[in-house]
Design a protein around this ligand. Structure first.
Ligand code: PLP
Ligand code: TYF
Length: 398
């Protein structure tokens, strides 16, 4: 039966990490995968997380199943982090939230449920470019995909006019995938005025916004980075969806912590949505994982640990900003073409403008790994490798 099964293609990002790990060269740098590492090149364990973890270990928590929609404390804390404490939309009971297996699980459960609601005509508009897995998840869930213009090669910035024009042509009922902040892969975001325009447009046209927020707190802070979600909440738009992830903001990648929120017109609609989120989860993986959920809820429920987490998030963010600045300065000092646009991009990624040929040379000659699109993970730079990386980039730009 299995004889006819062919080899499936590997994931381009995770496959690159495998090649990187197998590279015997001593001086090597992985700018491929989107993981925040600290100055020592390690994935940090946040102090706030460690404190909850130690308390959990002392208490010997039983590992029973969680409810299908996860820990109630986790979901409450998620809603507050998304919309703000005391938000009108929460008071009105319009938000149905479930803990999921990472942000990826939220995207998949959200896609499956939307497909069920929208039927054969389910369409998703997606930024060009976007995170590769967005296409895979929504296509697998049965959506037809439509690109909207987003990134402008020439300015290394946003093609906002193109974006508005493309969104303005979508059929009512089309789902529009929006990156809340720290766009993956480009690092190019909308400013506050542009968000207001997009929210007005999707509302006028009767589109269904699906916000993916995987980097809350990696650009400005956890409140300002939620602007898109909060503008939608205040806009009076009757329906939208949010998938959020704590993988990066809590440095809990392998714990698979995320959440899915469906926002309905009123409390009764939200209750019906939650019941459908639950049947979708039950059919996928039944219930989420305990440990990561307890860690995130434990931090967010304690005023003291929450404050510590915000500080630690600020340290990660600050280090990324410093590395962007150092990257631009070093390249300028080395006489490379202008990389000043890197300072305007947000989050851990940057579309560097490097060509596939230049990326190939970086890998082959210098053991520096980046995606063939030119995406680099700025968070993988540190004071120990930045000189090596910028010299190599200057060399391949000559
Ligand atoms: N959405 C975007 C845009 C991402 O970049 C990522 C992770 O890289 C995710 C969602 C999924 O995150 P998670 O690891 O929590 O599944
Ligand atoms: O670097 C990126 O864009 C991501 C990272 O389960 C990633 O693809 C890796 C594994 C995973 C989710 C996201």
């Amino acid at each position: 039966i299995f004889a006819s099964v062919e080899m499936a293609p590997g994931d381009p990002i995770l496959g690159l990490t495998e090649t990187y790990l197998a590279d015997p060269r001593k001086e090597k740098v992985n700018l491929g995968v989107g993981i925040y590492v600290d100055e020592q090149g390690k994935v940090p364990v946040l102090g706030a997380v460690r404190q909850v973890e130690q308390a959990l270990a002392r208490d010997d928590q039983p590992r029973s199943y969680l409810p299908i929609d996860g820990l109630p404390a986790y979901n409450r804390a998620t809603q507050k982090l998304l919309f703000g404490e005391g938000a009108t939309i929460l008071e009105a009971g319009r938000v149905a939230t479930a803990q999921t297996i990472g942000g990826s699980g939220a995207l998949r459960v959200g896609a499956d449920l939307l497909k069920k609601v929208l039927g054969a005509n389910a369409k998703l508009a997606i930024s060009n470019p976007s995170w590769g897995n967005h296409h895979v998840v929504f296509r697998t869930a049965g959506f037809q995909l439509i690109d909207y213009r987003y990134y402008d090669d020439a300015s290394h910035g946003l093609d906002f006019a193109g974006m508005l024009e493309d969104l303005g042509k979508l059929e009512p009922g089309t789902v529009v995938l929006l990156h809340a902040c720290c766009h993956n892969p480009t690092g190019v975001d909308l400013d506050a005025a542009q968000w207001a325009q997009v929210v007005a447009l999707v509302k006028d046209r009767g589109l269904l916004p699906f916000v993916d927020m995987a980097y809350q707190g990696f650009d400005k802070n956890s409140t300002d980075d939620a602007l898109a979600v909060r503008l939608l909440a205040d806009s009076g738009i009757p329906a939208f969806v949010v998938a959020n992830s704590y993988s990066k903001s809590f440095s809990l990648y392998g714990e698979r912590v995320g959440a899915l929120s469906f926002i309905g017109a009123d409390r009764s609609e939200a209750a019906r949505l939650l019941s459908n989120i639950k049947t979708t989860i039950r059919a996928n993986y039944s219930s989420p994982a305990t440990h990561g959920g307890r860690l995130v809820a434990g931090v967010l429920e304690s005023a003291e640990l929450r404050a510590l987490w915000e500080r630690e998030l600020g340290e990660m963010r600050g280090r990324i900003h410093a590395m962007r600045a150092a990257f631009v300065d070093r390249l300028a000092a080395l006489g490379a073409p202008d990389f000043g646009f890197i300072n305007k991009q947000a989050g851990m990624f940057s579309y560097s403008g490097l060509s596939k040929a230049q990326v190939d040379r970086l890998r082959e000659e210098f053991a520096i790994y980046a995606l063939s699109t030119g995406r680099i993970c700025v968070a993988a730079l540190n004071t120990g490798n930045i000189e090596y990386v910028t010299r190599a980039i200057a060399a391949v730009c000559r």
